[in-house]
Design a protein around this ligand. Sequence first.
Ligand SMILES: Cc1cc2nc3c(=O)[nH]c(=O)nc-3n(C[C@H](O)[C@H](O)[C@H](O)COP(=O)(O)OP(=O)(O)OC[C@H]3O[C@@H](n4cnc5c(N)ncnc54)[C@H](O)[C@@H]3O)c2cc1C
Length: 605
Amino acid sequence: MWSAGTLESSPISSDDESYETISTDVLIVGAGGAGLRAAIEAFDKGAKVLIACKSLLGKAHTVMAEGGIAASLGNVDPSDNWKVHFSDTIVEGQFLSNWKMVEIFAKEAPERVLELEYYGALFDRTKDGKIMQRPFGAHSYRRLCYIGDRTGLELIRTLQDQVIKRGIDYIDEVVVTSIFKDPATGRVAGAMAIQLRSGKLLLIKCKAIILATGGCGKVYAVTSNSWESTGDGISLAYRAGAELMDMEMIQFHPTGMIFPAGVRGMLVTEAVRGEGGILTNVKGERFMEKYDPKRKELSARDVVARSIYTEIMEGRGTPNGGVYLDIRHRGAEYIKKRLPSMYAQFLEFAGIDITKQKMEVAPTVHYHMGGVRVDPETTETTLKGLFAAGEVACGLHGANRLGGNSLSDLLVFGRRAGLYAAEHARSAKIGSISEEDIDKEISRILAPFKVTNGSNPFELKERVAETMWKYVGIVRNEQDLRKGLEEIGRIRLEAKHVQARGPRAYNQSWEACLSLWNMLIDCEAIIRSAIERKESRGAHTRSDYPKKDNANWLVNIVIKQKDGQMIHELVPVPKIPPDMEKLINTDEILVWQQQEKREQLLVRK
Ligand SMILES: Cc1cc2nc3c(=O)[nH]c(=O)nc-3n(C[C@H](O)[C@H](O)[C@H](O)COP(=O)(O)OP(=O)(O)OC[C@H]3O[C@@H](n4cnc5c(N)ncnc54)[C@H](O)[C@@H]3O)c2cc1C
């Protein structure tokens, strides 16, 4: 059996085009919650599995998740059930979600949480020993199962234990750069990868690939996301010929830290508001009473983020350009017990004791609802043999994700991806990969070493992130979006001559060149979709089209490649069948039902 140890080797010269070949049934790209859960399932179904991840095993972005996992266990509010969770998710996703995916999700989330407990996760408990659940924005009931404010860490620890216990193969600090198809069948046949610690190239032959690469928050200058969230999976899928969807739907979390500069964008978990935190402007007004009198601070994320943005833009922001978030009334003991990480984060990074002082917060890019288009049941993408789960995939959260719905998404669809990829692998043969494709990819990824006096990838990445923050932000308009697209185009030209400096091993500038190229594809898809959607819905707010337009825009924007060009199509959102529609608890459903034009919506180009 191949083992990670075989990759440790002596220094490699920058023009060395040799590669090592590995074979497996199912390659899983990413070791966050989705990747690990997929690995367990695929392995248990008899597939040979290899996990490849860019960071160290156990360090995936999921460890940062704080507030909890949404599942309608009904432990605290017995009236909760999957139907209400279904309704909340559809309504807050502003009817852009795939209803089938939401149904599967809401039904299976409780089982996946109990399974996680069975695997060994130590949840906070009610007095009678059940898994504790807390309130979160726009969830009708207290629904988030949690471990203080360190839920993601416990989720990863637990799943990782299961992976190690099973002896599943993994290679960490490995960047997957491209997906190969068998030219005869058009199916997935393998991937090219780089081992960061040696600079060695790897050809991984396989029958199926599961993309579990997480989000693309790093395309923005202010984000809660970790360094690895450069949207590689989106670009890998797109370049291989799979379709993307809802790319314009970027979630701005209402509360990120704003100072000191080094921690700008770092998340202030929604659990602070879930535990009773109050938002006020510089005049001391509790402004959410004005924007959503019923739910106030626990309104949907898009609503709270836009409200904070409005307060700041209308001159009622704090001196550092944010608003105040206050939890002091809960008392020191309660805060330290329920929000230990928040307490430590503010004390350590900003010198603020949140038991005695108010926090200053502003919106930060947090999550991508868009991503790779998948089948709602199997998670297979539009490319045979390629599956996607977790934040990289799309269809579940529509135009706005509810807090806590991502972690349950990882478990529900991570498991399904593993299940169906293993099933696919059982009946498939390892395909062949053309030498020409391999050679082309090797020249592409080694090109940055051949450039002299080239551009600096770190500077270009920063320019990308500033461009997106400036022109494709929380409130958008056509003029800015077009400026953003032009600037991304200019950066793309410069990025052709980007230079990797130094040796191959642990070469961060090389990794930066490759992730920069991925980011540019993601940004183009985000901006093109944002220009196309001429309405405001959920996370996508257009100042030039401020209203939601159900008559014309109950569509998903699909992005794909045709003759080397990025094109888009508008595809009607799958119609919710009447028996499921009955579960949806909002007046807006009337708009949906009466919308006659809907049936006539053709695929528009
Ligand atoms: C601060 C913070 C708090 C959050 N809190 C919550 C919460 O309380 N509840 C909730 O539901 N959601 C929360 N979220 C959202 C949630 O954490 C993420 O959406 C989720 O963890 C994504 O998981 P994933 O498995 O899809 O990907 P990730 O955990 O991002 O993992 C991606 C994996 O892919 C690997 N990878 C990426 N590119 C490559 C490549 N080219 N080659 C090889 N490997 C690659 C990475 O190394 C990593 O292993 C939070 C997010 C943040 C930022």
